[in-house]
Design a protein around this ligand. Structure first.
Ligand SMILES: [Zn+2]
Length: 216
């Protein structure tokens, strides 16, 4: 009997030892003496934070960069010298135009980042136009999409996640684009203002916009 009791005690010690070992080995380690506070907690950021943020934007339309062939950001055009003929606008171009005259099917446009629609309506010079408000480089910006099919326009207040389809380009030379060719006028404002100007008369006023191609 005494021997059985000894074996029993050894087994108990082994079980307790095993449980203690398990706790230290596999359970999350906590520091009970110093509770973590908001100010103590410093999240670690990846080394290349800056490049990660800017290069992580989704394209507003397929092959965006390659499709900007006629009217880049900042070009000064008049009805006389414009790469687009006939031309009715004069001024410095506030966006970059991605050309889709050759498209045989509907051309979807996508959210370049997580954001919320702050403007969406039919406007002279555009046909359908909407603004997605989104945060880039820790600052909120208005991102404008012009020449959109009015029937596909999103409602103000709708949220979209990066890469999600928002709407379709309008059909060229129709009411949907206010008579313009099928293309996306894509502009990024420096802040969240609801400014839909496609052109500005003074070069200095371009400072209210960012060259979209510089972010891709
Ligand atoms: Zn344009």
């Amino acid at each position: 009997m005494k021997r059985n009791k000894s074996i029993f005690l050894v087994l108990i010690y082994l079980i307790i030892g095993g449980l203690i070992f398990f706790k230290f080995q596999f359970l999350p380690k906590t520091n009970n003496s110093e509770p973590i506070t908001q100010t103590d907690f410093q999240p670690t950021l990846p080394d290349s934070t800056e490049s990660l943020k800017t290069s992580s934007l989704a394209e507003p339309v397929a092959n965006f960069k390659a499709r900007v062939t006629k009217k880049p950001f900042g070009i000064y055009s008049t009805p006389q010298n414009s790469p687009i003929q006939p031309e009715r606008f004069t001024g410095y171009h506030t966006g970059a135009d991605a050309e889709y005259e050759d498209a045989k099917t509907d051309v979807p446009v996508f959210a370049v980042n997580d954001g919320k629609i702050t403007f969406s309506q039919y406007a002279s010079g555009y046909g359908g136009v909407f603004i997605l408000e989104t945060e880039m480089n820790e600052k909120k910006h208005s991102v404008l999409y012009g020449h959109i099919r009015p029937a596909s326009l999103p409602r103000v207040g709708t949220t979209f996640s990066k890469g999600q389809q928002i709407a379709l380009l309008g059909t060229g030379y129709s009411n949907e684009t206010n008579g313009e060719r099928r293309h996306l006028h894509f502009a990024i404002l420096t802040d969240t203002r609801l400014d839909i100007k496609g052109y500005v008369s003074k070069k200095a006023d371009l400072s209210g916009w960012i060259n979209p191609l510089s972010l891709y």
